[in-house]
Design a binder for this molecule. Structure first.
Ligand code: SAH
Ligand code: SF4
Length: 439
């Protein structure tokens, strides 16, 4: 008898294939009319739509099994058609004495995305608020080198329900703590305007009084500068707050720090943001991650003033959180203060944020990156070398020789290959969070 051949060691070393994605839509991704249509199709009376919506949006239930207002057979039928929750599992890490909760959500195909909940107590004329930072994509194609998500590369867009369910989870946790969620910011993993339709549908669900019920002004959409997306957003005439991730006012440096600048240069981004402000009457804010010796000089501050003067813009200066592998460190508090002062003297509104990574999207991507594991040392060393070389070119004022990252069109979809992986600088380490259970 011939013994079956033993599997090759290399084959054994391969991680198991991630489970197939659950194709049932999530209930949180459906509009009222879609729920009504399903209820009708199932031959149920129309008032059941309200019961389904109440279960999804008002109850503390975490699954169809817990929706006791519906008869058991109907719950079973609904479960065959719709997922009550698109998040398969969540792990929470608490920081700042309970004021911050970082959640790592595992989706049906084992992709990992993060949300961060931040509680700000009221007092001294300020209202208490609780802000949730949510993800719009698993990974990101833009590939900003200082960003943990950018270093992971792009994986896939999130569905509407996968976006909204991050907020439903947070609301359930908040309710248990006797708190209310007041604000949602799209500053987690991913570039929201590259998943435009799903993000807008999710924002609509979050602000619909019949569904999640937040005020539109309490939703902030942050973008690294997808110009067609900003223009489209303005055409919807919403009240969303728009935040632009600026990080550099001059093209050569922004080509490096925010690689989509090679496709949509900073002047075009700011022009689109100004138009958004004029159309909507909303003040646009600009995020500026401060990196010592790279983008924090007086000349940088003056360039920001020249770019934004007269637009009523507000700039948030944020020390870089060292979550990605770079040769850089955060600007010192003294340099950040001096930079902020120069912006103020130039007539801009300025907030200097504390060095709490969790205050911004910086924290998003960090847990997923931890799960992906430390990339091999030679890869990290090479990445740092490339960044040193690329920043020297940028600081000489030369534009990047690399093409824009692939997949930045609002209609074309990025392939699985992340940005910059094939470019001369090859900054994306191509680490992926290992499928859960395969670690
Ligand atoms: N992709 C969008 C939204 C998600 S990133 C965008 O870039 O705007 C949200 C914010 O977190 C951005 O302003 C981003 O530049 C910032 N950020 C990312 N990594 C950071 C880090 N290491 N330190 C500080 N801020 C960071
Ligand atoms: Fe993507 Fe925003 Fe991170 Fe840049 S900062 S890589 S755009 S998530």
């Amino acid at each position: 008898m011939i013994e079956p051949a033993a599997p090759l060691p290399a084959a054994r070393a391969l991680p198991p294939a991630p489970p197939a994605r659950d194709t049932r839509p999530g209930v949180a991704g459906l509009a009222e009319a879609e729920v009504a249509a399903l209820v009708q199709e199932l031959g149920e009376p129309p008032f059941r739509s309200r019961q389904v919506a109440d279960a999804a949006w008002r109850s503390t239930a975490g699954d169809w099994d817990e929706v006791t207002t519906l008869a058991r057979p109907l719950r079973a039928t609904l479960a065959e058609r719709l997922r009550f929750d698109t998040v398969a599992a969540t792990t929470i890490r608490v920081a700042d004495g309970g004021a911050t909760e970082k959640a790592l959500h595992r989706l049906s195909d084992s992709r990992l995305v993060e949300s961060v909940l931040m509680h700000y107590p009221g007092g001294a004329g300020r209202r208490e608020r609780t802000t949730l930072c949510i993800s719009s994509q698993a990974g990101c194609a833009v590939g900003c080198p200082f960003c943990a998500t950018g270093e992971l590369g792009f994986d896939r867009d999130l569905e509407v329900a996968e976006i909204v369910d991050q907020a439903r989870h947070a609301r359930r946790r908040q309710a248990a703590a006797g708190r209310h969620l007041t604000n949602v910011v799209f500053m987690g993993m991913g570039e929201p305007l590259l998943n435009f339709d799903a993000v807008l549908d999710a924002a609509a669900a979050l602000t619909d009084p019949e569904r999640f019920g937040l005020g539109a002004r309490h939703i902030t959409i942050s973008t690294s500068g997808v110009v067609p997306g900003i223009e489209r957003l303005a055409r919807t005439r919403p009240q969303w707050t728009l935040a632009i991730s600026l990080h550099a006012a001059r093209d050569p440096l922004r080509d490096l720090l925010v690689p989509l600048n090679r496709r949509w240069p900073v002047a075009d981004v700011v022009a689109a943001a100004r138009a958004y402000g004029q159309e909507t009457g909303r003040r646009v804010s600009y995020e500026y991650v401060m990196i010592e010796g790279i983008n924090d000089t007086a000349a940088d501050a003056d360039a920001v003033v020249r770019l934004l003067r007269g637009s009523g813009a507000h700039v948030n200066c944020i020390p870089m959180n060292p979550v990605a592998h770079t040769p850089w460190r955060a600007s010192t508090p003294a340099r950040i203060a001096a930079f902020g002062e120069r912006l103020r003297a130039g007539g801009l509104g300025v907030t200097v944020r504390r060095n709490r990574g969790q205050e911004v999207g910086a924290a998003c991507g960090q847990l997923a990156a931890e799960q992906a594991g430390e990339p091999p040392a030679p890869m990290v060393a090479r990445r740092r070398e490339l960044l040193v070389a690329a920043s020297a070119i940028a600081l000489r004022g030369e534009r990047s020789p690399d093409p824009a990252p692939a997949g930045l069109g609002t209609s074309e979809r990025p392939a699985r290959a992340p940005a910059l992986s094939g470019g001369r600088h090859a900054l994306v380490a191509r680490r992926r969070p290992a499928p859960a259970g395969g670690r």
